[in-house]
Design a protein around this ligand. Structure first.
Ligand code: HDE
Length: 704
C-alpha cells in the first residue's frame, strides 16, 4: 500500500538541468527527459506504480494539437486531485492536532479498572486535536469561540476518546437542540456570513430564547473564548462520567485538563488584529513549541464523587450546563499529557482523526446526561459520512494500537479483512476466531433504570441563572469589564433592536451592574424588564477562584514571546543581554526590524530580522522591547507600523522595555511612560524587565 502512494520528493525532471527546464517551458520541444533520477531520489510513478517519464506536459497529437484522452497519467492525476477534499466537520472544522503521551502520576485502581490508570508511570500514546467550533476550515484562529479539546488515548484495552471543550459547561441540556444551536451560530443560511463569529442576529435571537444557555454565554463572553495559545487553556470533559472499579463499584467523575503553562488569554482588540496579522496564530504556536522542544503539557485531574454528593448537590449532575466548583469537590491530579510530536501529514492525521464519545474502555462508563447520550450517536454517524464508510478505524490515526479481533468485514476501503472461514459466532470450527470475555470485557455499570416513556426535561435542570452569576462574580474587575465589553460588541452587531433587548433582559438575573453596563453600552433607555425565570429563587453561590483566568496565571515568561524592535547601531551587549534574559526565563525572542535583512549593531555585527515591522504588529508578542539609537528612533517615529507597534503594546497593557534613545518613537506613538515601561541598558535591567514580564500584563495601566 505504501509503495502505491506517490512520492512528494521532487522528481528528476523538476530538478533537472537548465536545458530540461528550458524544454519544459516550451511545450512541444521534447518535454520527455531521458535523465536518470538523482542518486537517492525516488522514481515518480502513477498510483498504480507505473514509472512516469514527463510530469510537465499532457500527451498531445502534435506540439500544438489537441490533448489525448489516452493520457492515463494525466487523467489519474487530475481525477485524484478532484477528489482531494472530504466534507469538513459540520462543527469544529478548523483544528490542529499533535501526538504525544499520557502518563499516570497517581494510580487509582480503587476507583477504576481502566488499564491506563492502574499503575503510576504507565504511559499510553495519545493524539490531541484542538479546534474552534463555528468557523469553517479556513477561518482565523482567534475567533471568539469555544475551543474543542479532544484526546484519543490508545490504551491496551482499546481507544478511549475524551472529546471535551475548553469550557466546562455547554449551551444546551438536551441533544435535541444541537442542530438548532449550531445552525444559529454558524453563518446565516441565506447570505453565507458572518463567518466564525456569533456576533449576528440569528445567534442572539436563538440564545435569548434559551435561558439554559446563559451560563455558557457568560463563559464565551469571557476571555476564555480568546485564548493566547492552545497551550494556555484548560480542557474539560464537561459531562459527568462514571468510573467503575474491578469490583464493579461505581463513582461519578468529571475530567479536567490543567495547562502547565498557566492560563492566559488575549484581549479582544488583539484577537481582531491577530486574525489579520497571523490567522494561523494558534497552530503556528503549537508547531513551533514542539519544534523547539518546549512540549505543550497538561495535567489530567478528576473530580470524583458518589451518589450522596450527587443527591446533595444544588444542581443535577446530569445537567451539562452546570459545573461542580472545585471548592466543593477538589480536582485530584492523576496524570499528565505531553505533546511531543508533530503530525507528518495534516490531512492523514489531523483531518482524518475520528473522535467518538462512544469510545470508552472498561473502567469508564457513561451517565444518563441527555447531551452525552445524543453525542454517542452523532459522532459515529458523522465519521461515517466524513470518512466515507464504516472502515475509518482502518485509517492509521484511528486504528487502536492494541490487538483487535472481530467479525466485522467488507465495506468501502476495507484494509484488513479477517482471515479464515469463520466470519460468524458461535461457530464450530477449530479455528473459530475470537470469543467474548465475560470477565475482562467491557460491561455497562448495572444502573437500575425505570420511568415513563416521555419527551421531557427534568425539573432538576430548571435553574439557569445561579451558576451564570457565580461565574461572573468569580472574575476580577478587569475580567468583568471584558465580559460587558464583549456583550456590547456582539449585540451591537445585531441589527434587530428587539433581539438586543431580549438578551439584555436576562442579565439582571446574573448581575445588576453587568446589566446596567451592557444596556448603557448599547444605548438602551435603561435596563429592560427581566424575564420571568423558570425557577425562583436564583441562588447566591460563593465566588470560585478557579473560574478566573487572571487568578490562575503563570507568573513567569516561560513559553512566552518577546518582540524586539531594533535599529542599526544598537549596543551589542544590550541586545545580547536581553536575548539571554528571555531565553533563560524559557521565553522566545523575535527580532523585528524595518527590513527583514536586519540591522548592523554598533559592534558591526549583522543581526537578521525574523519579521519586517509591517508584518509583525505587537499583538503577536507577549511583551515588546524597543532597542533603538537616537537616529534609529527618529526614523522609526516616521513609520506608521512602528508607531502602532508601540502604541498597541501600550494600549494592550504589555510590558515594554526600551533604550533611553527610543524617546522620539515613544513620543510619536503618543505613549505616556508608566511603571510598565522599563529602561534597558545594563544586563541587570534586562533581567528585571523579563522578570516583570512574567506578570504578562501591567493591568494597572488599564484600570486607569
Ligand atoms: Fe461535539 N460534535 N457535539 N461537542 N465536538 C463534533 O463530530 C455533537 C459537544 C466536540 O477534533 C462532530 O467529528 C452533538 C459537547 C469536539 O475532531 C459532531 C452535541 C462537547 C469536537 C458533534 C455536541 C463537544 C466535536 C462534528 C450535542 C464538549 C471536535 C465532527 C449533543 C464536551 C472533535 C465530528 C475533533 C465534534 C456532535 C456537543 C466537543 C457532529 C450532537 C458538549 C471537541 O459529531
Amino acid at each position: 500500500m505504501d509503495q502505491a502512494i506517490p512520492s512528494n520528493t521532487p522528481s528528476a525532471d523538476t530538478q533537472s538541468t537548465d536545458e530540461t527546464v528550458e524544454r519544459d517551458r516550451h511545450p512541444g520541444t521534447g518535454g520527455e527527459t531521458q535523465q536518470r533520477p538523482e542518486k537517492g531520489a525516488e522514481r515518480l510513478t502513477t498510483a498504480q506504480g507505473i514509472p512516469v517519464s514527463d510530469n510537465q506536459n499532457t500527451l498531445k497529437a502534435g506540439p500544438r494539437g489537441p490533448s489525448l484522452l489516452e493520457d492515463f497519467h494525466f487523467r489519474e492525476k487530475i481525477f485524484h486531485f478532484d477528489h482531494e477534499r472530504i466534507p469538513e466537520r459540520v462543527v469544529h472544522a478548523r483544528g490542529y492536532g499533535a501526538h504525544g503521551y499520557f502518563e499516570t502520576t497517581d494510580a487509582i485502581p480503587d476507583l477504576t479498572a481502566a488499564h491506563l490508570f492502574q499503575e503510576k508511570g504507565r504511559r499510553v500514546p495519545v493524539f490531541a486535536r484542538f479546534s474552534t467550533v463555528a468557523g469553517n476550515m479556513g477561518s482565523p484562529d482567534l475567533a471568539r469561540d469555544v475551543r474543542g479539546f479532544a484526546v484519543k488515548f490508545y490504551t491496551e484495552d482499546g481507544n478511549w476518546d475524551l472529546v471535551g471543550n475548553n469550557i466546562p459547561v455547554f449551551f444546551i441540556q438536551d441533544a435535541m437542540k444541537f442542530p438548532d444551536l449550531i445552525h444559529a451560530a454558524k453563518q446565516e443560511p441565506d447570505r453565507g456570513f458572518p463567518q466564525a463569529q456569533t456576533a449576528h442576529d440569528n445567534f442572539w435571537d436563538f440564545i435569548s430564547l434559551m435561558p439554559e444557555a446563559m451560563h455558557m454565554v457568560m463563559w464565551t463572553m469571557s476571555d476564555r473564548a480568546i485564548p493566547r495559545s492552545l497551550r494556555t487553556m484548560e480542557g474539560f470533559g464537561v459531562h459527568t462520567f462514571r468510573f467503575v472499579n474491578a469490583d464493579g463499584k461505581g463513582h461519578f467523575v468529571k475530567f479536567h485538563w490543567k495547562p502547565k503553562a498557566g492560563l492566559q488569554s488575549v484581549l479582544w482588540d488583539e484577537a481582531v488584529k491577530i486574525n489579520g496579522a497571523d490567522p494561523d496564530f494558534h497552530r503556528r504556536d503549537i508547531w513551533n513549541a514542539i519544534e523547539m522542544g518546549d512540549f505543550p503539557e497538561w495535567e489530567l485531574g478528576v473530580q470524583v464523587f458518589d451518589d450522596d454528593f450527587a443527591d446533595s448537590f444544588e444542581f443535577d449532575i446530569l445537567d451539562a450546563t452546570k459545573l461542580i466548583p472545585e471548592e466543593q469537590v477538589p480536582v485530584r491530579i492523576i496524570g499528565r499529557m505531553v505533546l511531543d510530536r508533530r503530525v507528518d501529514n495534516f490531512f492523514a492525521e489531523t483531518e482524518q482523526v475520528a473522535f467518538c464519545t462512544q469510545n470508552i474502555v472498561p473502567g469508564i462508563d457513561f451517565t444518563n446526561d441527555p447531551l452525552l447520550q445524543g453525542r454517542n450517536f452523532s459522532y459515529l454517524d458523522t465519521q461515517t459520512k466524513r470518512l466515507g464508510g464504516p472502515n475509518f478505524t482502518h485509517i492509521p490515526i484511528n486504528a487502536p494500537r492494541c490487538p483487535m479481533h472481530h467479525f466485522q468485514q467488507d465495506g468501502h476501503m476495507a484494509m484488513h479483512n479477517p482471515k479464515g472461514r469463520a466470519n460468524y459466532e458461535p461457530n464450530g470450527w477449530a479455528q473459530g476466531g475470537p470469543r467474548a470475555d465475560p470477565k475482562a470485557g467491557f460491561r455497562s455499570f448495572p444502573e437500575e433504570v425505570e420511568g415513563e416513556k416521555r419527551k421531557v426535561r427534568s425539573e432538576t435542570f430548571a435553574d439557569h441563572y445561579s451558576q451564570a452569576r457565580q461565574f461572573y462574580i468569580s472574575q476580577t474587575a478587569v475580567e468583568q469589564d471584558h465580559m460587558a465589553d464583549a456583550l456590547v460588541f456582539e449585540l451591537s452587531k445585531v441589527v434587530v433592536p428587539e433581539i438586543r433587548e431580549r438578551m439584555v433582559a436576562h442579565l439582571p438575573h446574573i448581575d445588576a451592574d453587568l446589566a446596567r453596563k451592557v444596556a448603557d453600552g448599547l444605548g438602551l433607555d435603561g435596563v429592560p424588564k427581566a424575564h420571568e425565570p423558570a425557577r425562583q429563587p436564583i441562588t447566591d453561590l460563593p465566588a470560585s477562584d478557579a473560574l478566573s483566568i487572571l487568578k490562575n496565571g503563570p507568573d513567569n515568561f516561560a513559553g512566552r514571546k518577546m518582540g524586539i524592535l531594533v535599529t542599526d547601531g544598537i549596543d551589542d551587549a544590550a541586545l545580547d543581554g536581553l536575548k539571554d534574559a528571555v531565553t533563560e526565563a524559557g521565553g522566545i525572542v523575535e527580532i523585528v526590524a524595518q527590513k527583514v535583512g536586519g540591522v548592523v549593531t554598533a559592534g558591526g555585527k549583522r543581526v537578521p530580522a525574523d519579521q519586517k515591522i509591517d508584518g509583525a504588529p505587537s499583538v503577536l508578542y507577549d511583551a515588546v522591547a524597543i532597542l533603538a539609537t537616537a537616529d534609529g528612533a527618529k526614523a522609526l517615529a516616521e513609520l506608521h507600523p512602528a508607531r502602532t507597534f508601540l502604541a498597541d503594546a501600550f494600549a494592550h497593557a504589555k510590558f515594554i522595555g526600551h533604550t533611553q534613545e527610543a524617546e522620539p518613537l515613544i513620543k510619536a506613538a503618543g505613549v505616556k511612560p508608566d511603571d510598565g515601561m522599563m529602561a534597558l541598558g545594563a544586563a541587570k535591567d534586562a533581567k528585571a524587565f523579563v522578570k516583570a514580564c512574567g506578570a504578562l500584563r501591567f493591568w494597572t495601566r488599564m484600570e486607569k
